[in-house]
Design a protein around this ligand. Structure first.
Ligand code: ZN
Length: 278
């Protein structure tokens, strides 16, 4: 058995809810495009793909049929055992029930759990009320879906702790630090360090910076022992003025992990690290 301590999980966030193709034509938006990118990213070294759906106008949607169609296409790819991670925050206008409807329908292994609300500037309120988080946590527990606790600010850590105490979430939890959204915490190495110091013993964690802070956060995350997330959801540029593709972002993360002296986790190693039952 490989030493899991030396393994880094790379998650590829392929699409996101908002960024239009006009900003980067490589953003996959149809089930076929998303499945093709998921497969290529898995081949390149991503253990996890984080999925959002878009409607025919390119807007974020929680349409469960689209999630199903996309996941079916991914599973039809030869030998593809990538871990599926579905958003529960793919449409700011969707109601709470709509944000959870796909979970029982497609049973992803991981789903996002945004542990708080804030002003997502300039779009609106990112609404994750205590009532929603309780329902969402219990639903994921019932379905044995691993919550990926997305943390945009320090207070979210205490919300997660509260729900662990209430047995809505089960420790050890997996945290995803989302840095650089205007309204959340700034993407600085200092903030990342501060968040990691708040982690309960035994937790697993990953982090990313939005936009140009992507690289400092990626390397700091490696240095601090976290897992990585890359992809067009968070970062449409590869370097200054040069548009990214999901595959190139994964390729770069694989090189960074390897050069750092660690190893890229396979999907099964990621399942073991995260405590996902297969
Ligand atoms: Zn997302």
């Amino acid at each position: 058995m490989a030493d899991l301590k030396n393994k880094v999980i790379i998650s590829a966030a392929l699409t996101g809810a908002m960024t239009p193709k006009s900003m980067n034509p490589h953003i996959p938006t149809t089930p076929q495009e998303i499945a093709d990118d998921a497969y290529a990213c898995w081949k390149a070294g991503a253990a996890v793909v984080h999925l959002h759906m878009r409607d025919e106008n390119g807007a974020g949607t929680m349409n469960k049929e689209l999630f199903k169609e996309t996941i079916d296409l991914i599973k039809q790819k030869p030998d593809c055992d990538v871990v599926i991670n579905c958003t529960t925050s793919g449409d700011n206008k969707a109601g709470y029930d709509e944000r959870m409807a796909h979970l029982a329908y497609v049973k992803p292994e991981i789903a996002s759990y945004d542990a708080g609300s804030f002003n997502w500037m300039p779009f609106g309120i990112f609404d994750n009320s205590p009532q929603f988080l309780e329902q969402l946590g219990l639903k994921m527990k019932e379905l044995q879906i691993k919550p990926e606790i997305e943390v945009f600010d320090t207070g979210f850590m205490n919300v997660a702790k509260y729900f662990v105490k209430k047995e809505v979430l089960t420790a050890p939890c997996h945290y995803q630090f989302v840095l650089g959204v205007l309204g959340g915490m700034e993407a600085t190495v200092k903030n990342l360090l501060y968040l990691t110091e708040m982690l309960p013993e035994g937790s697993t964690w990953s982090a990313f910076g939005i936009g140009r802070q992507h690289m400092p956060i990626m390397f700091a995350t490696l240095a601090l022992g976290g897992h990585l997330r890359v992809g067009l959801e968070d970062n449409v540029y590869y370097s200054h003025g040069e548009l990214a593709t999901n595959i190139r972002l994964v390729d770069r993360a694989v090189r960074a992990v390897t050069e750092f002296g660690k190893e890229v986790a396979t999907p099964d190693e990621a399942r073991e690290i995260l405590g996902i039952l297969k």
